[in-house]
Design a protein around this ligand. Structure first.
Ligand SMILES: [Mg+2]
Length: 126
């Protein structure tokens, strides 16, 4: 059982409401505390106002501020940073992740197994 006091905080930055909703629901069902932002700018505002989460899941193509712009600003603004996992439908997801200097990547559409393996890799057992 998860102790609510030790819940890990995640930030999901994604402009597509369906994906954002299902990802949030799934991660919460796995015992994480999940904050959401609809674009990079909202994500940066959240980070300005809250403690650094344990992990950030980042979409790349978003209005207002995309994933590349977010990553650049994030790296400039914060010295103690959470790992970032890029979520992209691009054919070469790994290259997109490298461009954004992300720690990991998920190629859309991704399976629960793929999410779980990234969570395991960066956060260990929940
Ligand atoms: Mg998008």
């Amino acid at each position: 059982m998860n102790n609510p006091k030790t819940k890990k905080n995640l930030l999901v930055i994604e402009d597509e409401a369906d994906i954002l909703f299902s990802l949030k629901s799934y991660l919460e069902s796995e015992g994480y505390e999940v904050a959401t932002a609809e674009n990079g700018k909202e994500g940066l505002t959240f980070l300005d106002e809250h403690p650094m989460p344990a992990l950030i899941l980042l979409d790349m193509k978003m209005p207002v501020m995309n994933g590349w712009e977010f990553s650049e600003a994030y790296r400039r603004k914060f010295s103690l940073r959470a790992p970032v996992i890029v979520m992209t439908a691009a054919a070469d997801a790994e290259a997109r992740a490298r461009e954004a200097q992300a720690n990991g990547w998920l190629g859309k559409p991704f399976s629960l197994d793929e999410i779980n393996s990234q969570l395991q890799k960066f956060l260990g057992a929940q």
